[in-house]
Write a new protein. Sequence first.
Length: 124
Amino acid sequence: MSVPRQRQRRANEAIREVVGGALLTELSDPRLQMVTVTAVEASPDLGRAKVYWTVLDPGKAEAAASGLEAARGVLQGKVGRALRSRNTPHLVFVRDVLQDRARRLTALIDEVAPADEPPAGGDA
């Protein structure tokens, strides 16, 4: 693996830890409760970082998005201090819809085949 890719990978992980930790313990905005950072993709030059997030209650996603936008400056400052680089990546918050799709699929499966019934055709 090349040095720039290693640097990018380390930055992704550091940004995920810093933003996730701040959301969990440091920011008091109620819109950010139950928001989880699922992944980070920094650009190769670390000028920009997409922060993928999800929220436990999909009905609160719009409020969470507003809260993240409001907290962007604070979070970027924390990321800049953690990375100790000349340039701080511009954070772009992207809702991770994969988590929502997984929840919907799980609900559909549970609806069709309840967990308390034995599978059809099996020896019990």
